[in-house]
Design a protein around this ligand. Structure first.
Ligand SMILES: NC(=O)c1ccc[n+]([C@@H]2O[C@H](COP(=O)([O-])OP(=O)(O)OC[C@H]3O[C@@H](n4cnc5c(N)ncnc54)[C@H](O)[C@@H]3O)[C@@H](O)[C@H]2O)c1
Length: 406
């Protein structure tokens, strides 16, 4: 499989790193608008199958030109979500398959954003399903850890564990700390703000929205992470899971902890979350980009980071025997382990294995995606069966059948 990875940040470089250990990858080109970042990835890997180039994901013609030149089997988008539609469209125009880990952006309802749904995450991509299908290409969207493995857990729960599902709650948290920093998001601050400050999306036999930082629960995360305050946020799983898993309710509760929540509220109150450019003494800069420039680069904090990251799906309903049952299906990665074995920090490594596992399943013909599909469109077991061969693991922890509330 020949792959073109666009974005040589935390996730893109980890994808390259993991893919370099896989023989089904025959060629991988990694591209970034910062050519030195892409070059650093290939320098680190030292694999003759891997090369780097420069491309601006904001330039559709340049993207199409690069895709045609490289002629890959698949384009992997690992740039921030602002560029999803450009890379998705460039792949489609070039007639090439596409994989990403974040869906096209939402647009809040113009007059009633906290009660009514506007344009949902991924709507712009799903609108093109028929065109991709008739072209004979696939776009596998949202195949990171969350969305991604979390969606596969939900589909597994439906197929193998439950006869009826009341609620799927995606719960994510960590015990990660970064030496010397009071505030250091473990992945793109741009995405963190987008997820946490947009109106949370809720599936309750139909899509609804709510106010940010609502739906709070304290969930006891496994493997020593312990109890963390979680709130509803806007996340792709709430769009994707209800399309293939028959659940009455689907939410995403992000275990940010009270301290992080308060800092995000302050960032928002000060206007530093604004993504549109403002003029400062003749200089055009988006406050959110400026904030990002002050924070440590998530791709490089691995050596000073400690702790574990956890992602999973809490599912409650009736088991296959019709008895009340609940469980948390999860994946935990220890930063010390991922740094020692791959040199990638835990969050980006935990994200990056998923598109590579997907590529392996597509390359060997086990998965045959067609059109625009999410991870839960595909058979979950072969994916879960491969996780251990990538050095990771997944677990099922029984939970109180009464559910987690909220
Ligand atoms: N599904 C998941 O579990 C999950 C988890 C983490 C991140 N993600 C997604 O993965 C993607 C990458 O995240 P990351 O943490 O690696 O971000 P990052 O900020 O570390 O990396 C992004 C890279 O894109 C490059 N870039 C930015 N603008 C560009 C442009 N115009 N043209 C070309 N390159 C450009 C940057 O130089 C950087 O190297 C994001 O879309 C993020 O939302 C998904």
């Amino acid at each position: 499989m020949r792959a073109l990875v666009i974005g040589a940040g935390g996730v893109g470089s980890a994808i390259a790193n993991i893919a370099s250990r896989k023989s089904f990858i025959t060629e991988l080109v990694i591209a970034d608008y910062d050519a030195s970042k892409a070059h650093a990835v290939t320098q680190k890997i030292q694999d003759p199958r891997f090369t780097s180039v420069e491309v601006d994901a904001g330039d559709l013609a340049a993207l199409e030109g690069l895709i045609k030149k490289v002629n890959p089997d698949v384009v992997i988008n690992a740039v921030d979500p602002r560029f999803v539609m450009n890379i998705f469209n460039a792949a489609k125009n070039a007639g090439v398959n596409y994989i990403d880990m974040a869906l096209s952006l939402s647009i809040a309802h113009p007059t009633d954003p906290f009660n009514k749904v506007g344009v949902k995450l991924g709507d712009d991509q799903f609108a093109q399903h028929d065109a991709w299908l008739s072209q004979g290409n696939y776009a596998l969207i949202g195949i990171g850890i969350e969305p991604g493995m979390s969606d596969i857990f939900a589909r597994y729960a439906q197929d193998y564990l439950f006869s009826e599902i009341d609620a799927v709650t995606i719960l994510d948290s960590s015990s990660l700390t970064v030496d010397g920093y009071e505030f250091a998001p473990s992945f793109s601050i741009w995405t963190t703000i987008e997820e946490c400050l947009n109106p949370p999306l809720i599936w309750n036999e139909g899509w609804h929205t709510a106010k940010p930082f609502t739906g709070g629960v304290t969930f006891d995360f496994p493997e020593g992470i312990g109890p963390v305050e979680c709130v509803d946020v806007e996340h792709e799983e709430v769009v994707l899971i209800p399309q293939k898993v028959k659940a009455k309710r689907v939410t995403f509760k992000y275990g940010l902890g009270n301290d992080f929540i308060e800092k995000l509220k302050t960032i928002h109150a000060l206007g530093l979350s604004i993504k549109q450019k403002v003029n400062y003494r003749g200089m055009e800069i988006a406050p959110r980009d400026f904030l990002a420039s002050l924070l440590p680069d998530p791709a490089t904090i691995g050596p000073i980071m400690h702790g574990k990251t956890c992602a999973g799906a809490h599912v409650a309903g009736l088991n296959k025997e019709g008895k009340p049952y609940a469980c948390y299906i999860y994946n935990v990665v220890d930063n010390e382990w991922s740094m020692e074995n791959y040199g990638d920090q835990a969050v980006v490594w935990q994200t990056a294995i998923n598109p590579v596992i997907a590529m392996e399943l597509i390359a060997n013909g086990t998965w045959k995606p067609a059109g625009v599909v999410g991870p839960e469109w595909l058979e979950p077991k072969p994916f879960l069966d491969l996780i251990e061969s990538y050095g990771s693991s997944w677990h099922i922890r029984d939970e109180d059948p009464a559910g987690i509330g909220a």
